[in-house]
Ligand binder design. Structure first.
Ligand code: SF4
Length: 403
């Protein structure tokens, strides 16, 4: 049993918090979802007691909705290519073909990494790449032809099939994809992903983080997420904190994601990712969000979308796992025993045993999950028929995944 408003009032957690917030928190604990205005005000609130109460309430709501299980996905990260049409102000992943660190993974390397990952207990193959490289770079189109492929999506289908053959379940994040592209990836990918990042078109303006990134147009990204919903594809998305957005824009981004999920039921998780400033980028001197900022947004996300899966990447906040856990997340995302986070190579994954131990100390159990969340497995419209036998075999051999 988890406490409702009456028990929490009795526990004294809300004592000393302004009456306005006591009222908001009490209603949230009793199952009411906070409104947009209150969510924005909570992000702007600087009172430490309100922050503590917010975390407490978010954590209680998480336990009510998700229990005391926290999940992660054991994965291999396959950076299929880092060539990219866009130039986001914070990115060190992208490259031009003549950059020394430009790469496109050949099929043999994809196979070898997947095989090794499977031996280490991974279940997810994350295929990640820059946006629309074939539109920007002729030499990349030639590379694709060497691999026997006409397009990036052809190659992604090929690599996904390699991953499946090695016993992994693919999840692709290839930037903006068309409806046809997603439909082609469906038979080999248990889920797809695209970070919304933020719903504000302002961030595309001159001098802003996405000024040189046409594919970060929020309307285009929301359009793809909508089409994924129409196709009934389990979908991962989220927001990127600290790239120049306002509290209002953060809340509106969370609401836009929730709204698509209410319509199609396909958003399997909301990632709250904190921006990290990197020396060689345009945003090298931009301030990073503090651990308090990240925890606050996680907690507000929980109050806005109580029943959804909410995730924060553990490698981007290595000293704040306890704080983030108590802010209401229920998933840590992909963690690899083999491959680095190629998007944030300076940020190593935590050791699963250490993370499990920390979760246990805080009263939670850390368990692995597949790159498609368990509740979709019993909904055939969300699982392509090509994938059903493999998923059923997996569940029979390993037991039903948690969550
Ligand atoms: S963040 Fe993604 S879209 Fe932006 S430049 Fe980097 S790889 Fe390209």
């Amino acid at each position: 049993m988890f406490p409702g408003a009456a028990e929490v009032r009795g526990s004294g957690v809300l004592d000393g918090v302004h009456r306005k917030w006591r009222h908001v928190f009490a209603r949230a604990l009793d199952g009411e979802i906070v409104d947009r205005g209150a969510a924005i005000e909570l992000l702007e609130e600087t009172d430490a007691q309100v922050f503590q109460a917010l975390l407490f309430v978010a954590s209680e709501i998480r336990c009510r909705e998700k229990g005391r299980i926290v999940t992660y996905s054991p994965k291999v990260f396959l950076p299929i290519t880092n060539l990219c049409l866009d130039r986001c102000g914070y990115c060190t992943f992208r490259a031009d073909p003549d950059d020394p660190h430009a790469w496109t993974m050949p099929p043999e390397e994809v196979r070898s990494v997947c095989q090794h990952g499977q031996q280490l207990g991974c279940t997810e193959a994350l295929l990640c790449l820059g946006d629309k490289p074939e539109r920007a770079f002729k030499i990349y189109r030639s590379t694709l032809r060497v691999f026997g492929c006409e397009s990036t999506v052809d190659y992604l289908v090929h690599c996904s099939q390699i991953a499946l053959n090695q016993g992994l379940f693919p999840h692709t994040n290839a930037g903006l994809l068309s409806r046809e592209d997603m439909d082609r990836l469906r038979p080999t990918n248990v889920s797809l992903g695209l970070m919304l990042e933020n719903v504000s078109p302002r961030l595309r303006q001159r001098g802003q983080a996405h000024a040189q990134a046409p594919d970060k147009d929020p309307e285009k990204r929301l359009g793809m997420m909508r089409q994924a919903g129409e196709l009934r594809i389990p979908f991962t998305t989220g927001i990127l904190l600290g790239i120049g957005e306002t509290p209002t824009e953060i809340v509106d981004s969370l609401l836009a994601i929730r709204s698509l999920h209410e319509e199609f039921g396909h958003i399997q998780e909301i990632i709250v990712q904190n921006f990290r400033a990197k020396p060689t980028t345009r945003m090298a001197s931009a301030p990073e969000p503090s651990n308090i900022d990240t925890a606050k947004v996680l907690a507000v996300a929980r109050l806005l979308a109580p029943a959804m899966n909410i995730q924060a990447p553990p490698n981007l906040s290595p000293y704040d796992h306890r704080l983030l856990l108590h802010a209401g997340l229920n998933d840590w995302g992909g963690i690899s025993p083999l491959t680095p986070d190629f998007v944030n190579p300076e940020a190593p994954w935590p050791h699963v045993a250490a993370l499990a131990s920390l979760c246990r100390e805080e009263g939670f159990t850390l368990v692995p999950r597949l790159p498609v969340y368990p509740h979709y497995l019993s909904r055939p419209e969300f699982i392509h028929e090509n994938l059903r036998p493999r998923l059923q075999d997996f569940v029979q051999q390993k037991g039903a995944p948690s969550c």
